[in-house]
Design a binder for this molecule. Structure first.
Ligand code: PHE
Length: 366
């Protein structure tokens, strides 16, 4: 594309005009000399733009423009040079002034709740333990009186690991595998699951052969569900107490203790008959609503909120863990951390999924 030819006179008068404007600006004293230099002579300035246009002037006339450009730049440099320099000796900083704090993060509320729950149970002699979050079907179901195809399993919307692809014996030594899965012979179809509850820790803890047992197993759990009150990955804490002559009275005592410690002294607990395959008798534990304290309100209707399951460990489960049910008894309970936390007075969470949406505006509040 042929570029337009411009006349030298035209370009010179534009340069002179730019020079005048620049000198005016310098005189006005409104900017520092660094800022002025950038504005007037920088790559995006009028003068730089005009200088580039020299190549649009015909060859014969170009030599007229060159000296004008030099002259314009020199006069501007001179004017800039005459500006007073910064007087650093008159400037000062207040070294005692407090600085600006960088934003500081904190633990996620679920982590805070895990720490708090651990501390509460530690005070009455329970020890926090960890058991696998990806485990054999045996520990998650079969050892808890739920053989394959048992309808009670439907309650736990379980994720199974594709066993034909991922099953590998944990040990090459078949006899050591036998001890890992006591109830099962060598069976390559033994499924592996993402634990749908922390109860898989019950038989695993019993296998340590360290009685009495006072464990609190806190772990991630997985179920195929997602709505305002469910997330596919959540946390449970599982208590297990096994000793000689443990009774329902002990269970109720521990529940009351926890409820008062975690929710506050004004909250009460109650146990209602329920059914689980692995406890007998089984209960559902309720606590009084934090808003109406048991009177009944719009939020809770009956005055009570459901916390989770509990019960006396089933003799078969004790046997599966190698413990003699004639000599020992115990109780267990398992509740969701997220749900429990939401029942604390003042936590107005209407969608549990917020906990895991990583919205900093939400997380900063806790
Ligand atoms: N594992 C049960 C659940 O996920 C809760 C439970 C634990 C019930 C221990 C009884 C004893 O619902």
């Amino acid at each position: 594309m042929a570029e337009e030819i411009i006349s030298a006179t035209n370009l010179i008068s534009l340069l002179i005009q730019a020079q005048e404007e620049a000198l005016e600006l310098i005189k006005s004293g409104s900017k520092s000399s660094e800022e002025l230099r950038l504005l007037i002579l920088g790559a995006k300035s009028d003068i730089a733009r005009l200088t580039k246009q020299i190549r649009l002037v015909s060859k014969e006339e170009r030599q007229k423009v060159g000296p004008v450009v030099t002259q314009v730049k020199r006069s501007i440099e001179e004017a800039l040079g005459q500006l007073p320099t910064r007087n650093v000796s008159k400037e000062w900083i207040d070294v005692t002034m407090s600085g600006i704090r960088p934003p500081q993060g904190h633990l996620h509320i679920v982590s805070q709740a895990i720490i708090e729950i651990t501390r509460i149970f530690e005070r009455i002699g329970f020890t926090r333990v960890r058991h696998p979050e990806v485990d054999w079907d045996w520990y998650a179901f079969e050892s808890l009186n739920m053989p394959a195809n048992h309808p009670a399993r439907d309650e736990w919307e379980t994720f199974f690991i594709e066993s034909s692809l991922s099953f590998r014996p944990l040990s090459r030594n078949p006899s050591s595998r036998k001890t890992r899965i006591p109830g099962r012979a060598q069976d390559d179809n033994q499924h592996i699951v993402l634990t749908p509850h922390t109860s898989n820790g019950q038989v695993r803890e019993m296998e340590k052969k360290n009685l009495p047992i006072r464990m609190i197993n806190i772990a991630k759990c997985y179920r195929r569900q997602s709505d305002v009150s469910h997330v596919p990955m959540f946390h449970q804490f599982e208590g297990l107490y096994i000793d000689r002559s443990v009774s329902i009275g002990h269970l109720k005592g521990v529940l009351d203790y926890f409820v008062k410690q975690f929710f506050g002294p004004q909250r009460k607990s109650r146990i209602r008959p329920f059914h689980f395959q692995f406890t007998e008798p089984s209960f559902e534990v309720d606590i009084t609503c934090g808003v109406c304290l048991g009177k009944g309100c719009k939020l809770c209707k009956s005055g009570w909120l459901e916390l989770g399951g509990a019960g006396m460990v089933h003799p078969e489960v004790l046997k599966n863990g190698g413990i003699d049910p004639e000599k020992y008894s115990g109780f267990a309970f398992g509740w969701g951390i997220e749900r429990t936390y939401m029942m604390k007075a003042g936590t107005q969470l209407d969608d549990i999924r917020l906990l895991y949406s990583n919205d900093i505006r939400f997380l900063e509040q806790f």
